[in-house]
Design a protein around this ligand. Structure first.
Ligand SMILES: [Zn+2]
Length: 137
């Protein structure tokens, strides 16, 4: 049973797009990353303790286009403007094999990703290439 929590009236005749390849050209998650209320309950992969990051690694599925995202999030609580995250689309089989320790490297080799947070000074942009997760350097 899937019950929407939305209060807004639904368009009764709206065609539900279920093909991710069709929807992906239009879905806002591809420009801003997956975000509420367009995501299912995240699947928790674990914590990446590499270099003391204690990064939260999760899988989030966009409920609009059904794209699956790998999300990596770091927050150094004692340090202002240290918070940052990245999210990249990931195939189901790759997601099944994903571990917390492998997650950061996935972004380095991804074709592109969305990244944001106070450390980078924006709420989400497209990028590619290696990301910095440490407090310094
Ligand atoms: Zn989407």
């Amino acid at each position: 049973m899937e019950e929407s929590t939305e209060n807004v009236s639904r368009k009764p005749s709206a065609i539900r797009v279920s093909d991710p390849r069709t929807a992906s050209t239009a879905c806002r998650c591809l420009e801003a990353g997956p975000r509420a209320p367009d995501i299912d309950t995240p699947r928790y992969i674990g914590v990446d303790e590499t270099e003391g990051r204690f990064a939260d690694v999760t899988l989030e599925r966009c409920t609009r286009c059904e794209c699956l995202w790998l999300r990596y999030q770091v927050e150094y609580e004692a340090f202002a403007k240290s918070g940052r995250w990245a999210a990249a689309p990931i195939a189901e089989d790759a997601a099944t094999a994903m571990t917390p320790e492998l997650a950061a490297g996935y972004f380095d080799s991804a074709a592109w990703y969305i990244y944001g947070g106070s450390y980078w000074g924006h709420a989400g942009k497209r990028g590619r290439g290696p990301l910095r997760w440490g407090l310094v350097g």
